[in-house]
Design a protein. Structure first.
Length: 257
């Protein structure tokens, strides 16, 4: 049983269909919510670099940061294969140091929830504020949990690409509401055209946020970020939604003060 992070191509494949939708939303958000022209963009926790590569292909000066050498190396190969340029940085999301500020940044699909403590979450947001120029925006997306008791769902996906069939199951085998942690289990089965089968399983903790808890977190950094607007994972720029208890697939546009 292999680890997900040892096979970035399947990580990339899993979110493939979301990439053009996200990129379109980003560009519309830049136009509507940034108070500065967006050229330099940044993704903390970029993983396989699918969004960094896509933004580089659009002509942006893109930078991606991650702790995984396998993910970063995959991104470098993908950039080289497509004859694109982007900056790949190995580093921690809580301590960011760049020579020049970015005009915009994005961090979607729960990457932020890998920061397991309030201290690290605040450190990340403040570090991001130091890395984004005034008037620039930070697009932050994550799943929130209901304020009341709930039962975690199991998600299953199946897709094909280049002769490979990928079957994915995502579940939550353990939740600790008091510690505000859940264990996410990802199982993938990749069947290649040759018939070779690769089975992958990864488990990792994620921090839990109810809407109320996330509002409290944003309040701690409201001296450097303002909440410009909120959306859901439909990525419909024309359909902003209130940040209330019903917003559980949440996408926020934070603007640097």
């Amino acid at each position: 049983m292999a680890d997900w992070y040892e096979h970035p191509q399947y990580f990339d494949m899993l979110f493939r269909d979301e990439t053009p939708v996200e990129v379109k939303f980003f560009e519309e958000a830049f136009k509507r919510y940034s108070k500065r022209k967006v050229r330099r963009v940044f993704e903390p926790g970029c993983g396989s670099g699918r969004l960094v590569v896509a933004m580089a292909a659009k002509g942006y000066d893109a930078t991606g940061l991650d702790l995984s050498d396998a993910m970063l190396n995959y991104m470098r190969r993908k950039l080289k294969r497509r004859k694109l340029r982007a900056t790949c940085v190995k580093g921690d999301m809580t301590h960011l140091e760049f020579d020049k500020p970015f005009d915009a940044a994005f961090c979607t699909y729960n990457t932020f929830r890998h920061l397991l403590t309030e201290k690290d979450a605040v450190a990340h947001l403040r570090s991001m504020a130091n890395s984004i120029a005034p008037g620039g925006i930070y697009i932050l997306g994550m799943h929130l949990v209901p304020e009341e008791d709930y039962e975690a769902v199991v998600e299953r996906f199946k897709m094909r690409q280049g002769g490979t069939t990928l079957t994915t199951t995502i579940s939550v085998p353990e939740t600790d509401a008091k510690k505000r942690l859940e264990t996410l289990r990802v199982k993938l089965k990749a069947v290649r055209a040759s018939g070779e089968t690769i089975r992958i399983q990864s488990e990792f903790p994620l921090r839990l946020y109810t809407p109320t808890q996330l509002k409290r977190l944003f309040k701690k950094v409201d001296d450097c970020f303002e909440l410009a607007e909120s959306f859901d994972f439909a990525y419909d720029i024309d359909d902003p939604l209130p940040f209330d208890k019903e917003l559980l697939e949440a996408l926020f546009i934070l603007r640097r003060r």
